[in-house]
Design a binder for this molecule. Structure first.
Ligand code: GLC
Length: 560
């Protein structure tokens, strides 16, 4: 019944257009591995773990921002776009990391944060020395407030992190000036004005800097937000929104694509959170970006019909223009998949918080944890069968749950602070990784502190604890990635169906005929007619019989 999987062919990372079907591992540098014991992960820590990444079988890594930053929003507040923050190591450490990755065939994608900079960026510091609305303010959105003396914000745009998206500037005597600057996120992240040509040429240069240095790709933060509607109108319910998905962003990305094309095989990946797959596909037109995350798969609940929609619509729109679809189940902005799929009740985020926040309202029971882990495995196996690239967030391969018991005083996310704790924020998915079963930081470093506290028992999910168990989440993930590579899946999907809570689709393997992926999201076992199991997410003893009986919360690949 079990069949052997063909031997792996050329790793995708060495093929032309490697990004079309790559498995990309997302590293939150602060939380991955700390080489110097200061409590924060760093670049030498990542370099030291390259053998681990190789064994996992990933084609590329994406690093969250590690540029000079006061870290008011985890580095998404950049003070210098060309330099590595000393907390993460030196610029030489970065170059050594890049060379080390390339030596073992792993590509490197960096984050670029063009919508806003840090209030400590030289441009904002310069602007703050000038009278509001003059000179250096041209690079930002500095606007007169409404009301007689400008004491009200210019419009009712809301920050993604809650509250008004505008902060009032002081005049030279320190009194309210009636001038306001725009920040779609935290006040420490002033939005850049992309109508200013100097902003455009500066980022042209930043992009060339990183590509010339050897970086293989850039993930574009807040890609839909960079252009604001003229006159800063209030939203009226129509689309595009005055500060999301404006047509003008596409001119910027055409310009960036031309820059990427000056180099070999470099890629641009959009963080474009859009509810409409037709609008998302516009970012992937042949002269624009290479990839854009499909956030509908990230936010889908454990429901076959919902996942089928999250798969069908982006594929339909992207296929029509020859663009790949980019899948993910986790990232640094959303609660861990194990916890989201556990069936436990989720907290309700504040109404105007659009940042992803699906955090369980209470600690999970053992049964919920087991259910969430089974479902997260199944979702992973399903995602690896889809056409396109897959982004695996560090810790996802260990089946880490969301950490819920971070003491208030240790929380770092500006979402937590700006909402006065009403929205718990994203710290729970950013807790430093456990490498060893014991030790004061579970092998994260050789010291005794980690920037976010790790919960008691964190070693249960450690790499060390999982290494020896063939059925562990980690070993399952390794097998699943290896199977995907060996099967060399090609073409689109066939026969996508969600029926009775069971999701199925087929792919063609260049090596081995037609493969069927079946995910049981129902409460009942299902019988599978195909008799050859290629890969499965549940332990072997749970998948049994002739015909094969697949239990709830499991996924299986069979030859159709
Ligand atoms: C993106 C990032 C998120 C950050 C925000 C502002 O959504 O993924 O972490 O807070 O942009 O830069």
């Amino acid at each position: 019944m079990m069949s052997s999987i063909p031997a792996a062919r050329t790793p995708p990372s060495t093929r032309p257009q490697w990004w079309r079907d790559a498995v990309v591992y997302q590293i939150y540098p602060r939380s991955f591995a700390d080489s110097n014991g200061d409590g924060e992960g760093d670049i030498p820590g990542i370099t030291a773990r390259l053998p681990y990444l190789r064994r996992l079988g990933v084609d590329a890594v994406w690093l969250n921002p590690c540029y000079v930053s006061p870290m008011r929003d985890g580095g998404y507040d950049v003070a210098d776009y060309r330099r590595i923050d000393p907390r993460f190591g030196t610029d030489a450490d970065f170059d050594a990391f890049l060379a080390g990755c390339h030596d073992v065939g792993i590509r490197v994608i960096m984050d670029i944060v063009p919508n806003h900079c840090s209030a400590e960026h030289a441009w904002f510091v310069e602007a703050m020395r000038e009278a509001p609305g003059t000179g250096a303010w041209r690079r930002f959105h500095c606007v007169r407030g409404s009301g007689g003396s400008g004491q009200q914000p210019p419009n009712d745009w809301q920050s993604v992190f809650s509250g008004p998206a505008w902060s009032q500037l002081p005049d030279e005597r320190g009194e309210p000036s009636g001038w306001w600057y725009l920040h779609l996120f935290d006040p420490s992240q002033p939005d850049l004005n992309w109508e200013c040509e100097e902003v455009r040429t500066e980022f042209d240069d930043v992009i060339r800097h990183w590509f010339a240095r050897g970086v293989d790709g850039l993930r574009i933060d807040v890609a839909t937000g960079m252009v604001k509607a003229a006159g800063y109108p209030d939203p009226d319910g129509s689309w595009p929104h005055p500060h999301w998905d404006q047509d003008g962003v596409h001119d910027i990305f055409r310009r960036w694509r031309a820059i990427a094309d000056e180099f070999d095989d470099r890629v641009l990946v959009a963080e474009a959170i859009l509810g409409f797959p037709d609008r998302l596909a516009r970012y992937l037109r042949p002269d624009e970006l290479h990839m854009a995350f499909n956030f509908s798969s990230l936010t889908s609940p454990w429901d076959a019909a919902s996942f089928a929609d999250a798969i069908r619509w982006p594929l339909e729109h992207n296929d029509a223009i020859g663009a790949p679809t980019t899948w993910l189940l986790e990232n640094h902005d959303i609660a861990r998949a194990v916890s989201r799929y556990s069936g436990a009740p989720l907290r309700q985020p504040l109404e105007n918080i659009t940042i992803l926040d699906h955090v369980p309202a209470r600690e999970l029971t053992q049964a919920e944890l087991a259910r969430g882990a089974a479902r997260a495995r199944a979702a992973l196996l399903m995602s690896l069968a889809l056409p396109g690239s897959f982004y695996l967030y560090a810790g996802g391969e260990l089946g880490l749950p969301e950490v819920l018991d971070i003491p208030d005083a240790r929380r770092d996310d500006p979402v937590w602070h700006r909402t006065g704790g009403a929205t718990v924020g994203r710290d729970g998915c950013r807790v430093p990784l456990p490498w060893t079963a014991d030790g004061s930081t579970y092998g994260f470093n050789s010291g005794s502190v980690s920037w976010l506290p790790q919960p008691a028992g964190w070693g249960r999910w450690s790499v060390e604890a999982q290494e020896a168990d063939p059925d562990s989440f980690l070993n399952f993930t390794r097998r699943a990635i290896a199977a995907r590579r060996s099967l060399d899946l090609v073409g689109g999907i066939g026969d996508l169906m969600a029926s009775g809570g069971v999701l199925t689709f087929t792919r063609r393997s260049a090596e081995a005929g037609v493969l069927r992926c079946t995910v049981n999201m129902s409460e009942q076992p299902v019988d599978i007619d195909d008799d050859t199991i290629v890969a499965m997410s549940a332990p072997a003893e749970q998948v049994f019989g002739e015909p094969v009986r697949l239990l709830p919360d499991a996924c299986i690949w069979t030859y159709a």
